[in-house]
Design a protein around this ligand. Structure first.
Ligand code: RAM
Length: 515
């Protein structure tokens, strides 16, 4: 680990705070066709206080919470002469409470599922040691010899977002946009802990792809530049000669990264995150400090281009782009490289690195030409090539547009012919949908971009989301990259970016950094 960068990361530890949320509101789970995955809730009023073996209830905290749970357990009449055994089950959405965790099958380990069986020896306040992400809590009294009183259920919440800094959208804004913006802001705030976690329920990890969208959106909402700085320094501390930065890292109990977690596009997006950081913070000192790390990512990618000028992958390194099954990614990753080059050219100019800026611009022009020549099929009028086994994908078209390989009307025709066309692999994650919107905005299709946001993120709002999900494919609610929906994160960082779009391009917000 690089000790200098690690110290800088530690010097910039964000503060986490958050109030306490109590609930004694109970709900019943009901079958509801309109609710996501067919499970909704019906309010049943206030909880009673006294329980015996076999009782069960579901509390609704009224909002997604990340924090520590506590409650009071006391006797009703006589002293509790034997331990009380409880089962506590946490759910971000009603479906998780409704589905037996024992039925879990899938690729991710089931220890991520939040369920505890606890034994309480003495009456008093019970505080659980772990942090949970949930809105619904199911409590089952598995064993008690005497009736027992359970009250004062509370979550002691945690976030590094200062929600007071968030400006409201002006009166008269389209209510759907207001809802999308507030769900996005909530999603981001919940994922803002000591790092930008990808999801507070699962992973709890700092991934570069998620970080890029979180930091960008945060700049328009809570402006926690210190958190961005902390995360950028953590990654810088992981820099190793001749290698990209790792795709993700763990910050607890101490900084660690997995050598096998190499994601080419994410390493490049580190540089993009630094460019964005400078745009919003104008923090020259940090930017200059981290610029060499960003530059290294670009240099390495440049050196890995083949004789035709197309990117190849470092041994043992993969790519991400999207969770779409079977997706081939060379074209898209080439687009990420070009997108990064353009941002780095702008950054280099802004911080007085004129020579670098010139080199980035020259590389940009040359590499765009190579990409058009070798990755575009003029007969089919689409990016389809041998590098990607002649596969058609929206992901490839979007990233070529973002890389500036095609522009204007030509780009728009390419984009419209691939969206909703079954011959093409379609985006799966809100992360990839972010880049579809960015591509539309890049070529000036503002109205279409706004409609896209309303349809896609608005679709989640209409299906009852109060935080945005990790995976969402309209019309295909059971699609899962993990073999099981129970392991999805229902408050996922990379889904928070519509607030960035809305506040940057579609609504004028007071004191916005961009207006
Ligand atoms: C999953 C998470 C995370 C993402 C990686 C690539 O583990 O969804 O957000 O960045 O995949």
């Amino acid at each position: 680990m690089n000790a200098y960068y690690l110290k800088k990361a530690k010097d910039n530890m964000p503060d986490c705070a958050g109030g306490t949320r109590y609930s004694d509101d109970i709900v019943e789970l009901i079958a509801d066709e309109r609710a996501h995955l067919g499970v909704g809730v019906k309010p049943l009023g206030k909880n009673r206080e006294s329980f015996v073996t076999g009782d069960r209830f579901v509390l609704d905290f009224g909002e997604h919470c990340v924090g520590i749970l506590s409650f009071q357990l006391t006797h009703v009449q006589s002293y509790l002469d034997a331990p009380v055994c409880l089962r506590l089950k946490f759910g971000e959405i009603p479906y998780e409470i409704d589905t037996d965790f024992k039925n879990h099958r899938g690729e991710l380990i089931s220890s991520w599922l939040s369920e505890e069986i606890i034994y309480v020896d003495f009456p008093g306040k019970v505080t659980l040691p772990r942090r949970y992400a949930f809105r619904y809590l199911e409590v089952e009294i598995l064993k008690t010899r005497q009736p027992v009183k359970l009250t004062d259920f509370a979550v002691h919440k945690s976030t590094s977002a200062d929600e007071r800094k968030m400006q409201p959208l002006p009166a008269g804004t389209d209510p759907l946009l207001v809802s999308i913006d507030s769900v996005a802001a909530k999603t981001l705030a919940e994922c803002m802990q000591e790092v930008y976690e990808d999801g507070p329920k699962r992973d709890h990890r700092l991934w570069i792809g998620d970080l890029r969208l979180q930091a960008l959106t945060d700049s328009c909402l809570f402006q926690n530049h210190k958190l961005v700085k902390h995360c950028l320094y953590l990654f810088a501390a992981c820099q190793k000669d001749g290698q990209y930065l790792p795709g993700c890292l763990y910050d607890k109990p101490e900084l660690f990264y997995d050598e096998g977690m190499g994601i080419t596009d994410y390493a490049l997006l580190y540089a993009v995150t630094l460019c964005d950081y400078y745009t919003y913070s104008k923090d020259m000192e940090t930017t200059l400090d981290l610029y060499p790390v960003a530059k290294k990512q670009v240099e390495l990618a440049a050196s890995l281009h083949d004789e035709k000028g197309i990117i190849t992958f470092l041994d043992g390194w993969s790519s991400f782009i999207d969770w779409a099954e079977g997706l081939k990614t060379t074209t898209a990753v080439e687009g990420v490289y070009l997108y990064t080059l353009e941002k780095m050219a702008e950054l280099a100019e802004a911080i007085g690195k004129k020579e670098d800026a010139g080199e980035y611009r020259a590389a940009l022009q040359k590499t765009r030409e190579c990409a058009y020549k070798n990755l575009f099929d003029p007969q089919k009028n689409t990016f389809c090539n041998v590098y990607d086994n002649n596969q058609y994908s929206v992901q490839a078209q979007v990233w070529m547009i973002l890389g500036g390989v095609v522009e204007g009307e030509e780009a728009w025709t390419i984009l419209t012919q691939c969206l909703s066309n079954d011959d093409y692999i379609q985006p799966v994650t809100p992360y990839m949908h972010h880049y579809v919107v960015e591509a539309m905005i890049r070529i000036g299709r503002m109205e279409e971009a706004l409609d896209y946001i309303k349809n896609y993120w608005g679709g989640m709002v209409q299906a009852g989301a109060d935080t945005f999900w990790e995976v969402y494919v309209p019309g295909n609610p059971t699609l899962t990259p993990y073999g099981n929906l129970l392991l999805h994160s229902w408050c996922h960082a990379w889904s928070c970016s519509p607030a960035y779009f809305i506040r940057t391009y579609f609504v004028t917000v007071q004191n916005s950094p961009m207006h």
